[in-house]
Write a protein that binds this ligand. Structure first.
Ligand code: NIG
Ligand code: FE
Length: 423
């Protein structure tokens, strides 16, 4: 069945020649068509162009759905390439500790933080965990997200890591989101391994990775390579073990210090290195010419009050930037990519075009889906946002608490929205 959306004020992020990502100066340009149409055929984008070139609706089949988008814009749905949206409960009490002055690291050292979520998760059944995650999945869809990467990492033992990964698999099967799963056993050191970090790394390598890989539950492997968490040496060992089983790295790096995480990620051809509050000339040099997407998580930096990644220096050096929500209970209890776009502009002084590239095509690359998602391109999957009537692209980050999302179509079908426009 075809869907024709016509009279679109602006069709945003079109590509005639699909690209894997956009880097450097190109991040500031976003190809658009004013007064446009788009035709979806089942789950794919079939055609688009300027209104004068629109095919006659009667040629699209008797069952074609016609949507009048007068005054509205159409853009690709967001790709959120870094989340932890499968988790149990919440951690608002620690957030009060934070308000009172404790840092993220201090809370973690007291057994709070990730270990607190791990305790809660161990007490939560798989069905309950699924139900909690499902409501978050629908929440982000309603805010314009069409693809999401989800990590394990609150299990910290084989049984509970598998429980998380199975929940992710269920979400893949039951929601219209495109979902990639990342195995993150080295997210924190479990209490019982205190003082024996190498033993935990050995367990991950010898027992956990082989089982997860054999069950086909993960696409990627992640390590929290940072001060106070896992070292570069630990990281290298785990990445090598994961890669032996076909798990490409995507790592947490340089959030708390110049940890060497960026360099080790690039060395092992990570798909992305994420967080990146601590970036200097050495990290920029390592990333230049690599196939690793530097990914910034503005929500986490905002929530924890951390320094901002020097994105301008990185863009000026010709690098691409992706941005993701980091949706998790400790450092970013929000999966709202609309807010990420606003933070990109407000806190990182990125142009709206750069922010949209960072959250669509570049974040699609950072989760391995830029062949099929992240832009309006013929043959790509029809994951799109229809906006409310808005005056300009700039209005999207500017009106940072207004909801500009009117409808969300994933795989060509309406999945969420405040209003459906039929004509
Ligand atoms: O990406 N930095 C490490 N991990 C998560 C936080 C997880 C948590 O605090 O629960 C992050 O910020
Ligand atoms: Fe994270």
């Amino acid at each position: 069945m075809r869907t024709l959306i016509h009279s679109i004020k602006k069709l945003i992020q079109i590509e005639d020649q699909p690209r894997q990502w956009v880097a450097g100066k190109d991040m500031a340009s976003l190809k658009c068509i004013d007064n446009a149409f788009i035709v979806l055929n089942d789950s794919k984008i079939e055609d688009f162009g300027a209104m004068p070139q629109m095919p006659a609706p009667e040629t699209l089949g008797a069952d074609a759905q016609i949507i009048d988008a007068t005054g509205r814009m159409v853009m690709p749905a967001f790709c959120d390439s870094h989340t932890h949206l499968v988790y149990a409960g919440s951690r608002e009490i620690e957030y009060i500790d934070k308000i009172r002055g404790l840092s993220y690291e201090e809370i973690a050292k007291r057994g709070g933080g990730i270990l607190n979520s791990a305790k809660l998760l161990a007490q939560t059944s798989e069905d309950e965990l699924y139900n909690q995650a499902l409501s978050r999945a629908y929440e982000i869809m309603g805010r314009g997200t069409g693809a999401v990467e989800i990590k394990s990492g609150y299990g910290l033992d084989l049984e509970n890591e598998l429980k998380m990964l199975r929940v992710i698999r269920r979400l893949q099967q039951t929601t219209p989101l495109t979902i990639k799963a990342t195995f993150l056993p080295a997210h924190a050191l479990p209490e019982e391994f205190k003082g024996r970090q190498t033993d935990y790394v050995d367990l991950i390598i010898n027992e956990m990775i082989p089982v997860v890989a054999a069950e086909g539950l993960a696409d990627y492997i992640d390590v929290f390579c940072d001060r106070g968490f896992f070292t570069v040496e630990d990281t290298e060992r785990m990445l090598m073990a994961g890669m032996k089983y076909g798990l490409r790295p995507k790592i947490h790096a340089n959030e708390l210090d110049f940890s060497g995480g960026v360099q080790v990620g690039v060395k092992y051809n990570a798909l992305s290195v994420d967080h990146l509050e601590f970036i200097g000339p050495d990290e920029i040099a390592a990333l230049s010419g690599s196939e690793t997407m530097p990914t910034v998580l503005p929500g986490a930096a905002f929530f924890l009050g951390m320094r901002e990644t020097p994105v301008h220096q990185m863009i000026e050096a010709g690098l691409p930037i992706a941005m993701a929500s980091d949706y998790n209970p400790g450092s970013s209890p929000s999966g709202d990519m609309r807010f990420v776009v606003s933070l990109a502009c407000i806190k990182y002084r990125m142009l709206p075009e750069e922010a949209i590239n960072a959250t669509t095509i570049n974040s699609a690359y950072a989760m391995g889906v830029s062949d099929t998602l992240g832009s309006i391109s013929k043959g790509k999957t029809a994951n799109i946002i229809i906006t409310k009537p808005i005056p300009s692209i700039e209005f999207i980050p500017y009106a940072y608490t207004s909801n500009f999302v009117e409808s969300v179509l994933l795989n060509g079908k309406l999945v969420a929205g405040e209003r459906v426009i039929h004509n």
